[in-house]
Each structure stands twice: as structure tokens, then as C-alpha cells.
Design a protein around this ligand. Structure first.
Ligand SMILES: Cc1cc2nc3c(=O)[nH]c(=O)nc-3n(C[C@H](O)[C@H](O)[C@H](O)COP(=O)(O)OP(=O)(O)OC[C@H]3O[C@@H](n4cnc5c(N)ncnc54)[C@H](O)[C@@H]3O)c2cc1C
Length: 381
């Protein structure tokens, strides 16, 4: 048996290139959409991958939601920070205006945002209110004639330290409902942002702590369709949809890097990828990725059929981020000591997965949404 192993190694054929599309799910796209995804991958590999390591401080695509998902997956496969920036700007901020804005608001804000001339953020979370945002927001909005006065704090807000506009969710003191407001960051008195330092994940995304002190916003900047937390949740459904794709992309990036490493790294005179226990890890990784891909492609089909529910998106977000977290940990393990060095791509995927797992609603919150849907009983207090 020793001789066989030795012969296999010395006479080995060229090894297959790492490929995380094991069940050929890219083939579910029509040829034009597939060509778009391939262009995105080529661009990211040529322009983003070479510069993203060591970078600590940094177009929307028309088409189906499946295409949008594939593109977000491609971006996260190269860099989850970049995908998060797109998700915050194009999903949370533009999505709020698209879903809850009036026709005039859409005309005014969406074209410059789609051209990246104006960048947005989404302020829901507060220092003392994270998971309980649905019932517990303390930022207030008081109406005086045709002006609203906002007071409060928002924490963790992606893009906030440098972007142009914020969607701020605040509780109307008159009817106690959560409403959305477009606040222009750079020109509105009373609006200030402190950058959150020393993050270990998504280091390229800048997150901010926003303080709103008697911030005056015209009625024209209140999202006309955003009149309750239910309207915020419509936005979150779509962005959780996207985070499930991003988490899958993050796992793919880590898996492909680990697989390549396993083909090149020699121990005991052989590539570590030839060892049974290493192959077991790789098989577990591709199984996680393939299960996630099948789920998110079905998620896109449900959306196209008009059947995607909050619980569908919550389940996809919870499952894919949990499987991503497991997969990147195995990838890190497979690189041994090099797995904790940022120069190797796996370390970045490993830390970024932690943020994907917790933001846009933690794993537990998503499972409570699913739990309510399947039991008919709400565990939210
Ligand atoms: C990198 C990053 C980017 C972010 N970007 C944004 C952004 O752009 N805009 C924005 O508004 N927010 C943003 N967030 C905030 C994010 O959505 C919150 O961190 C998240 O919702 C969790 O809130 P929390 O951190 O306050 O944790 P907490 O709510 O304090 O939760 C702590 C722990 O307790 C658990 N827990 C809480 N309640 C329950 C319960 N009832 N049952 C079981 N477990 C429970 C949670 O699951 C979690 O494990 C971002 C966060 C991060 C880390």
C-alpha cells in the first residue's frame, strides 16, 4: 500500500482547479445572466482580490433577484466586506426608499444612488436595542408642522462615517409607530457620527455610532410608506435574502482557498489533500456549500413566484450563515498555522463570517421567526 501511495503522488495527473459549484447551480441561470456573473467574477478576481488584503479603510445590476443573489455571492466569494458595502447601500438604504418611499422620493434619491454618486446607510440598531428593535426602539420622532425632530443614537451603522444619507428609523411620539426618515449626513445640524474602531471582522466596512440631537427633517424626507415596524421588516426580508447568498459566497471563497492549499502543501512527503481526514473536511465543506446553494436558489424561485415569506428569508439567513461559520472554521483548520495569518485569504473569511452570522438579526432571532411560522406561536416577548 505504501508503494501505491508513493506512485500515486509521483505520477499524479494535474489536479482539478478548486470549484465550489458542485451541483452545477450556476446552470440554473439563463445564458445572459450567467455571462453577467462570469463578468463580475473576472472583474473581482482581477481588480479586487489583489488589493483587498491589507485594506482597512474603501454597479448595481439590473435583472432577476436570482441574478442579484449570484452577484452578491460572487462578490462575497472574493471579499465579504465589499459585499456588505453593496448590501448596505444597495439593499438596506436603496431598498428602504424603493419599498417604503413615495414615487417622488424614488425619483429623487434612487438614480444618484444607483450611480454611486450618493451613498446610503441604514440606521435601525441602537446601543441598547439590537435584537429587540421590533418593539424597543428608543430614538424618537416628534412632528412640528411640516418638520420632524429626531433624537437618539444608532450603533453599528455600516457606511455611516463617510456616506451621504442615512435612513433613520425612529418612533413617532404621537402614535408610537416606527417611521423611516432620510437624513442628509453632511449638511444636517445635530447629526454626528463616530467611527467604531478595532473591529476584527469586515474591516473594510466602516461602521458608525450616530448621535441625533434635535435633528430637523422635512416631512418630504419621511418615507411615505414607512409607517410601522412592519414596513422596516419588508426591507429586512429582502436583505436577509441577500445575506444568505453572501454567506454562501464567503464559504465558497474559504473552501476554494483551502482546497488549493491542500493540493500544494506537502506534509509527510505528500500533499495534505491526499490524506483521508483532510478529504473528510473538504467533503464536509462542499456539502455545506452545496446545501446552502440549493436553498438559496430555491429561495430565489419562491421570490419569483411571489411566495417568499419572512420565515423563508429568516431560515435561509440562519442556515447559510451557520453553515458558512462552520465551513470557514474548517478551512482555517486545514491551513494549520497559516490559517491565522491575514496574508492567506482564509483568515479574512473566518473573521468576516462572525459578522454575517450576527448582523441583520442574529441566528437566534431568525430561528424565532421560523419558529413562529412553523408552530403558530410567537416566542417574542
Ligand atoms: C459588522 C456589523 C454591521 C452592522 N450593520 C448594521 C447596519 O448597517 N445597520 C443597523 O441598523 N444595524 C447594523 N448592525 C447591527 C446588528 O444588526 C446587530 O448587532 C444585531 O441585530 C444584534 O444586536 P446586538 O448586537 O445588540 O445583540 P443583542 O441583541 O444584545 O444580542 C446578544 C445575544 O443575545 C441573543 N438574544 C437576544 N435576545 C434573545 C432572545 N429573545 N432569545 C434568545 N437569544 C437572544 C442574541 O441572539 C445574541 O446572541 C451591524 C452589526 C455588525 C456586527
Amino acid at each position: 500500500m505504501t508503494n501505491v501511495a508513493h506512485r500515486d503522488f509521483t505520477e499524479r495527473k494535474p489536479l482539478p482547479a478548486p470549484n465550489s459549484d458542485f451541483y452545477e447551480l450556476y446552470e440554473t441561470l439563463d445564458p445572459q445572466e450567467l455571462a453577467t456573473v462570469k463578468r463580475v467574477r473576472a472583474f473581482l478576481e482581477a481588480k479586487v482580490a489583489p488589493v483587498i488584503i491589507g485594506m482597512d479603510g474603501y454597479g448595481c445590476v439590473g435583472g432577476s433577484l436570482a441574478l442579484l443573489g449570484f452577484v452578491q455571492m460572487e462578490i462575497a466569494r472574493v471579499d465579504p466586506s465589499f459585499a456588505t458595502f453593496i448590501g448596505v447601500h444597495g439593499g438596506l438604504a436603496m431598498g428602504s426608499i424603493y419599498i417604503d418611499g413615495s414615487e417622488e422620493q424614488k425619483q429623487q434619491w434612487l438614480p444618484p444612488m444607483a450611480r454611486f454618486e450618493k451613498i446610503g446607510c441604514f440606521g435601525l440598531t441602537e446601543p441598547l436595542v439590537g435584537s429587540s428593535a421590533s418593539g424597543g426602539l428608543t430614538t424618537t420622532a416628534k412632528c412640528e408642522g411640516d418638520t420632524w425632530i429626531l433624537n437618539g443614537e444608532k450603533r453599528w451603522i455600516g457606511n455611516a462615517p463617510w456616506c451621504d444619507l442615512s435612513i433613520i428609523w425612529a418612533r413617532d411620539l404621537a402614535d408610537n409607530q416606527v417611521k423611516g426618515f432620510i437624513v442628509e449626513n453632511k449638511t444636517t445640524p445635530g447629526f454626528s457620527v463616530d467611527k467604531i474602531e478595532n473591529k476584527i471582522a469586515l474591516k473594510v466596512v466602516q461602521n458608525g455610532h450616530i448621535t441625533l440631537k434635535d435633528v430637523r427633517v422635512p416631512e418630504a424626507n419621511r418615507l411615505q410608506g414607512g409607517n410601522s415596524f412592519r414596513d422596516t421588516a419588508k426591507v429586512l426580508k429582502m436583505t436577509r435574502y441577500a445575506v444568505a447568498w453572501m454567506a454562501t459566497g464567503c464559504a465558497m471563497g474559504a473552501y476554494e482557498a483551502a482546497l488549493k492549499y491542500s493540493q500544494e502543501r506537502l506534509q509527510f512527503g505528500k500533499p495534505i489533500g491526499s490524506f483521508q481526514l483532510v478529504q473528510d473536511l473538504l467533503a464536509r465543506m462542499i456539502a455545506n456549500i452545496t446545501a446552502s446553494q440549493c436553498l438559496i436558489v430555491r429561495q430565489a424561485q419562491l421570490h419569483a413566484e411571489g411566495k417568499l415569506t419572512d420565515a423563508h428569508a429568516a431560515l435561509a439567513k440562519a442556515f447559510c450563515t451557520a453553515k458558512c461559520r462552520e465551513t470557514v472554521a474548517w478551512a482555517r483548520e486545514l491551513l494549520g498555522g497559516n490559517g491565522i495569518v491575514a496574508d492567506y485569504r482564509v483568515a479574512r473569511f473566518f473573521t468576516d463570517a462572525e459578522a454575517l452570522y450576527s448582523y441583520e438579526g442574529t441566528y437566534q432571532m431568525q430561528n424565532l421567526i421560523v419558529g413562529k411560522a412553523i408552530t403558530g406561536l410567537s416566542a417574542f416577548v
